[in-house]
Design a protein around this ligand. Structure first.
Ligand code: NDP
Length: 383
């Protein structure tokens, strides 16, 4: 996709859309803008998305897309021009009943807005072709919060089954983007204390509990760096990500919410040594396989991404329903549906774990429960 930067130079980036499986509904999955994006990353994300979407119980297939365009440090005009150029290529492959992309790393309401506007110009139709839209033009209330809130709802379900809960827990969160911020917000509301957040440069430790108004101002308004938190909140410490990670902090619950492979086996060992009770994956596949094995061997409750962060795509599917009906539901209505969907995912996951593996093996449970529905639909449709 060609675009011009603010100095008038022509730049070209590569874009991807992988339409992986549409057995149970139109392809659905986010668009990621990050310099690391390549076909391999988009394919693993798309593959995971199939089973995550199946777990929600809603009629959505699996896909994923993105580009190696780096939004960091770009002006609003550059972002707009890039998004328009991306959609100029993408529009012929997507549609409300074909493939409905959403946001992911580097793609929030601003980028979705630019892409939606370009789609409408090119196709001359007003349809719910993207989710995560702004509230003035077809977005759903609670979509912004959905992934983070959903993560906390399912971690709460998992802790409750073990006779425990979020209340009173010390929580380590990584990331400071959409998922991390709203996971921290709901966890705090339920009586947990979130003591860390991070970005790709470093992380903060706030022993009194992270002040989310400050984080939102830095990340959502000023689009700045998390290091500014320590400048603004005197009691907090800032650490560089090259020397350590949030997982070195003692916590009861760990919530990786930044990106893939951000929690390795050594991090898992540190968390286990510090007596972590539960881990919930807000990001997509943030834990290395050896780390997951270590958690399970140590009997740490572990909820994998495809179940834990499915709240985002679930509310995206609710946004599609609202667009089709040309209606808008209230925040409470969407939030209570989200809560019900996360409970449904938890029940399906634990039921499959009990039937096919062992009762607390939510990794197998989520894989098997997600897979069965897709496989049955494919067989019924003549493969
Ligand atoms: P955002 O772009 O809003 O935030 C991402 C955060 O993670 C930022 O703090 C970013 O720091 C950090 N980060 C990104 N890449 C890296 C990296 N390579 N190393 C270290 N830190 C990194 O994205 P989201 O919050 O939307 O997404 C976070 C994760 O959640 C991703 O794995 C995504 O796929 C997953 N997810 C998101 C959903 C959603 O609804 N948004 C739904 C389901 C899953 P920096 O600013 O420095 O890059």
């Amino acid at each position: 996709m060609p675009w011009t930067d603010d100095n008038g130079n022509m730049r070209v980036n590569r874009g991807y859309r992988v339409q992986f499986n549409n057995a149970i509904g139109p392809y659905k999955g986010g668009l990621r803008l990050h310099p690391s994006v390549d076909l391999s990353i988009i394919k693993f994300l798309g593959f995971e998305q199939i089973f995550k979407n199946s777990l929600t119980g809603l009629p959505i297939g699996g896909g994923k897309g993105g580009s190696d365009f780096d939004p960091k440090g770009k002006s609003d005009r550059e972002i707009r021009e890039f998004c328009q150029s991306f959609m100029t290529e993408l529009y012929r492959h997507i549609g409300a009943d074909t493939d409905v992309p959403a946001g992911d790393i580097g793609v929030g309401a601003r980028e979705i807005g630019y892409m939606f506007g370009q789609y409408k110009r090119l196709k001359n139709v007003y349809e719910g072709v993207l989710t995560g839209k702004g509230l003035t033009y077809g977005g759903s209330l609670a979509r912004t919060e959905a992934t983070g809130y959903g993560l906390i709802y399912i971690v709460q379900n998992m802790l409750e089954k073990a006779g425990d809960g979020i209340k009173g827990k010390t929580i380590a969160v990584s990331g400071a983007g959409n998922v991390a911020i709203y996971a921290a917000q709901k966890a705090t509301e339920l009586g947990g204390k979130v003591v860390t957040m991070s970005d790709s440069d470093g992380w903060i430790y706030d022993p009194k509990g992270v002040d989310l108004d400050v984080v939102k101002d830095i990340k959502e308004v000023k689009r700045g760096r998390i290091s500014e938190y320590a400048d603004r909140v005197g009691r907090a410490e800032y650490h560089n990500s090259e020397t350590s990670k949030v997982w070195s902090v003692k916590c009861d619950v760990a919530l990786p919410c930044a990106t893939q492979n951000e929690l390795d086996v050594n991090d898992a060992k540190t968390l286990i040594k510090n007596k972590v009770k539960a881990v919930g994956e807000g990001a997509n596949m943030p834990s290395a396989t050896e780390a997951i094995n270590a958690f399970q061997a140590a009997k740490v409750l572990f909820m994998p991404a495809k179940a834990a962060n499915a709240g985002g795509v679930a509310v995206s599917a609710l946004e599609m329903s609202q667009n089709s009906q040309r209606l808008a539901w209230s925040f409470d209505e969407v939030d209570s549906k989200l809560k019900g969907i996360m409970k449904g995912i938890f029940d399906k996951t634990s039921e499959a774990a009990k039937q096919f593996s062992s009762p607390d093996d939510y990794v197998s449970g989520a894989n098997i429960a997600g897979f069965l529905k897709v496989a049955q639909a494919m067989i019924a449709q003549g493969v």
